[in-house]
Design a protein around this ligand. Structure first.
Ligand SMILES: Cc1cc2nc3c(=O)[nH]c(=O)nc-3n(C[C@H](O)[C@H](O)[C@H](O)COP(=O)(O)OP(=O)(O)OC[C@H]3O[C@@H](n4cnc5c(N)ncnc54)[C@H](O)[C@@H]3O)c2cc1C
Length: 372
């Protein structure tokens, strides 16, 4: 019996496990190691924060998936891998031996250049901590509805902007719009700089309409309990600071001997095998396909689930593996917190209620496959 060990229960692993359930591979025992029993689906996370979906609608139940596939779920945090000895080390002290390893642990916002971030910032990931802190803020506001509240959101990419709009919606369900002050602070000259300029202008207008302050070309160098400090020494007051900066990899990976790029992400071939070890796969945010790098977005992690499963099977059957090529154009649907969404495709960007219903349909359909 071959031991297939899955590190992280991200989007690709959830899809691959679902495929394994539909079409099991012979003589394989799967062990899934994840920090939590329920992993968030990124597409629905901002709308969960806005209050449109509940926790269960937006989280994949890994425990159930493990039961169905007769896999072993270990709720633990992986802290090291030894590819020579083929061992995985966990925070609890457990060591797991593998024949085949697959890594899908996502990423976290980069806080390496910001003093005080570890102590005072609420990072967009890990999601369980974000949700715990967000619920505490909401409870506090519900208990003291006369207070004003100011949020600083560092990072003006799609994640930061979507969070700002959805947080604004939830907060203004409790208190008046005048009591809510949200600042989006972005290092770059424009918001959503990895999308087209139409999308950027559209979101500028939407944020301005809701009196959300857009602070551009501003780098934050320090976060304190009640303010953030810019590189130029300016102070921006805030009760809570959220960090939604660029994706960064887990730091322990650099000591494992796995092939990594300059930023520390795992370098993989188009077969999704690491450049360094044929018996180790990596997918989702944590992996960078050397010859076809793609943005760190859930949509790519989802798409990699099927080729990942197929290549596990082919490798275990001793056959040659298939290559996966990420699509260069993809549809982004970004919710605006008011049951509308912006659709971004190539050079186009449109806001409409129809796109919210399309997004809602796609996301619910995605989650449906894990519900039975
Ligand atoms: C606010 C926000 C909104 C977003 N909205 C979208 C969107 O609408 N569309 C989109 O395409 N992308 C979106 N993204 C990006 C998206 O979240 C990521 O690209 C996606 O989650 C990556 O999926 P993954 O499978 O790589 O990892 P993840 O979904 O992050 O899953 C990783 C899993 O591994 C676990 N894990 C991590 N480290 C360890 C460890 N050491 N040991 C054990 N388990 C571990 C985690 O607990 C988690 O369950 C958004 C991001 C943010 C921050």
């Amino acid at each position: 019996m071959k031991q297939l060990v899955l590190v992280g229960g991200g989007h690709s692993h959830a899809i691959a496990l679902k495929m394994y359930y539909d079409n099991p591979i012979k003589n394989v025992k799967i062990t899934l190691i994840n920090e939590v029993k329920k992993t968030p689906y990124s597409g629905m996370l901002p709308a969960h924060i806005a209050g449109y979906y509940n926790f269960h609608q937006t989280h994949i139940n890994l425990e159930k998936l493990a039961q169905k596939t007769n896999s072993n779920l270990m709720v633990d945090q992986v802290i090291d891998i030894n590819p020579t000895q083929q061992k995985v080390y966990c925070l609890s002290g457990n060591t797991i031996k593998y024949d085949l390893l697959s890594i899908d642990i996502g990423s976290t916002p980069d806080d390496s250049q910001i003093k005080g971030a570890k102590e005072y910032a609420i990072r967009a990931k890990p999601v369980p901590t974000l949700l715990e802190k967000w619920e505490a803020i909401i409870n506090d506001l519900n208990n003291n509805p006369n207070q004003n509240i100011t949020l600083n959101i560092i990072g003006g990419g799609a994640g930061g902007v979507e969070l700002a709009l959805n947080m604004h919606k939830r907060l203004t369900d409790i208190v008046t719009a005048k009591q809510v002050n949200i600042n989006i602070i972005n290092r770059g000259q424009v918001l959503l700089n990895s999308h087209n300029i139409r999308a950027s202008k559209l979101f500028n207008n939407l944020l301005e309409k809701k009196d959300i302050n857009i602070i551009l070309e501003t780098e934050i160098v320090e976060i304190c309990s009640d303010k953030v400090i810019t590189k130029k020494g300016n102070i921006i007051k805030g009760d809570y600071t959220f960090l939604v900066t660029n994706a960064s990899p887990a730091s322990w990976l650099k000591n494992t001997g796995l092939s990594i790029d300059k930023k520390g992400f795992i370098l993989v071939k188009n077969t999704l095998q690491t450049l360094s070890h044929d018996n180790i796969f990596a997918t989702g945010d944590i992996a960078t396909i050397k010859d076809n790098p793609s943005p760190k977005a859930g949509v790519f992690a989802v798409r990699q689930g099927k080729p990942l499963y197929n290549n596990w099977r082919l490798l275990l059957e001793g056959k040659s593996l298939n290559s996966y090529y990420p699509q260069s154009f993809y549809l982004s649907l970004i919710g605006t917190g008011d049951k509308k969404a912006v659709a971004i495709w190539g050079n186009c960007a449109y806001l409409s209620k129809v796109f919210w219903y399309l997004k809602d349909y796609i996301d619910k359909k995605f989650m449906e496959q894990f519900s039975s």
